[in-house]
Design a protein around this ligand. Structure first.
Ligand code: G6P
Length: 465
């Protein structure tokens, strides 16, 4: 079996006991343990002066972490700049928020080339290389330029928008050419794949071949042949079910329950990001209290929102906006013994959250646009099957494609979302159980192991020409 080399901007904490590992980290660690391998990327540290010259190698069984500190300029131009002020808003359909600058674009290309340079000496001829997310689109082409012929796959964790949006990016064709340097390019949903294929059809003289399967296509473009395919990421369903059973009785869950004194609970958990639709979500909760005043002093909305990308102006602005909004809504509706919105700018470990999800009557997941959204899947897996809560889910999260039995909402329609909350809070037990049962069947069949295996299988079969 070939060794696997995983490349991602963020390398998960080396201490696996830490409970912060997201879907990517869980999947990647499991794959690396099986085949042995390297996990290469940014250490998460920013240093004054130049970026670290040689990677720090840390062995953990058959797995080697290879991480690099970024110098301030590289971090500003590559991570804060092109990745998070250009590609992130672009891929989340927010053209009004994109910053376009040659300096950050060059920084992005430069850091990708530099990363590739640092990984190159660690590679063996038979390795399989799996690159993750929008920070690293040019990485594969940089390796190819150095003569690497290994199988290389890319997976995009964000949405991929239609070509009408991509073309707003200067030199967009270069970015798509860089994507085509991989043998396999994976997306979360058919919509994302279609965005990529439509770009190839409309903006290049390349060809797309789809044989009756809307989830898979062979692409011939920029002198290369690659497979583009849908692989919806998922969670470790069985493990989470078991954690939630235990966490249901944890001290923190008990404390949360006691603090509610019999009130119902709505929960939201998101990085503090403008793509998550938090202002509209707060307004929808306010609308619930206005349209259905019987919930006043009967329902609490707990929103966990750890700050993210705090150097980027749009993230500073959304943080301020939400603080104001939470303050205004609470000031308007609170009683001396009830705070409608509990708004927390901090994170919790997976075990704690699992207990909170289980205690919540409604999971409130309403991004304006999201690649997949694993919180939606986690909320479902953590429910008590005998008395499950209801998921209210945005139609614009990748997860809505699979989680059809959730209450699917348009997050821009504040009144419609308030009505869905009302429906969730009043849904009879048999209907809740039926919906939850159907959702769980899908999450058990398509868990994180299935995602990883199907991707690695497809990569093993490369090249595709
Ligand atoms: C999204 C991206 C990931 C990223 C994560 C956290 O899920 O798709 O690539 O790691 O957000 O963001 P951060 O900027 O803190 O890595």
């Amino acid at each position: 079996m070939s060794r696997l080399v995983v490349v991602s901007n963020r390398v998960a904490p080396i201490d696996e006991g830490k409970q912060t590992a997201g879907g990517l980290a869980v999947a990647v660690l499991a794959a690396l343990k099986k085949t042995g391998g390297i996990w290469f990327g940014w250490s998460g540290n920013v240093v004054e002066g130049e970026s670290q010259d040689q990677p720090t190698l840390t062995e953990a069984g058959r797995l080697t972490y290879a991480t690099l500190d970024l110098g301030r300029r590289d971090h500003d131009e590559y991570y804060n700049g092109f990745a998070n002020q250009t590609l992130w808003p672009l891929f989340h359909f927010r053209l009004g928020l994109i910053a376009v600058s040659r300096r950050t674009r060059q920084g992005y290309e430069r850091v990708n080339a530099w990363f590739a340079d640092r990984l190159h000496p660690l590679l063996r001829p038979d390795d399989m290389i799996w690159v993750h997310d929008y920070h690293l689109i040019p990485f594969g082409e940089e390796l190819r330029r150095k003569g690497c012929t290994q199988r290389m796959g890319f997976f995009l964790h964000t949405p991929f928008p239609p070509p009408e949006l991509i073309t707003a990016l200067p030199n967009h064709a270069d970015l798509i050419r860089e994507l085509c340097a991989y043998d396999l390019v994976g997306f979360h949903t058919v919509t994302d794949l279609r965005g990529f294929l439509d770009y190839i059809r409309q903006e290049t003289d390349g060809q797309v071949e789809q044989r009756g399967d809307e989830e898979t296509a062979t692409v011939r473009a920029f002198g290369r042949t690659l497979l583009a395919k849908v692989f919806p990421i998922s969670i470790d369903t069985a493990q989470l079910e078991s954690i939630a059973r235990t966490s249901a009785r944890s001290r923190q869950t008990e404390r949360l329950r006691e603090s509610l004194v019999g009130r119902r609970l709505i929960i939201g958990v998101d990085r503090l990001d403008y793509s998550k639709g938090l202002p509209q979500r707060f307004e929808a909760f306010e609308q619930l209290l206005l349209s259905y005043p019987e919930h006043c002093n009967r329902v609490t909305f707990l929103q966990v929102a750890p700050p993210s990308r705090e150097d980027v102006p749009e993230y500073i602005a959304i943080r301020r906006e939400l603080s104001e909004l939470a303050g205004r809504i609470n000031g308007r509706f609170a009683e001396f013994d009830w705070m409608p919105i509990r708004y927390l700018n901090r994170s919790f470990g997976q075990r704690t959250l699992a207990g909170f999800y289980r205690a919540a009557n409604v999971g409130f997941v309403t991004p304006l646009r999201d690649g997949m959204n694993l919180v939606a899947k986690e909320y479902v897996a953590c429910q008590d099957p005998d008395n499950p809560g209801v998921l209210v889910l945005s139609q614009f999260a990748g997860a809505a494609r699979e989680l059809e039995e959730a209450l699917i909402v348009n997050p821009f329609d504040v009144e419609g979302v308030a009505d869905a909350l009302q429906r969730a809070l009043t849904m009879p037990l048999p209907e809740r159980k039926e919906r939850h049962g159907a959702l769980m069947r899908r999450l058990r069949n398509h868990d994180i192991g299935w995602w990883r295996e199907s991707y690695v299988d497809a990569l093993t079969r490369a090249p595709y020409d």
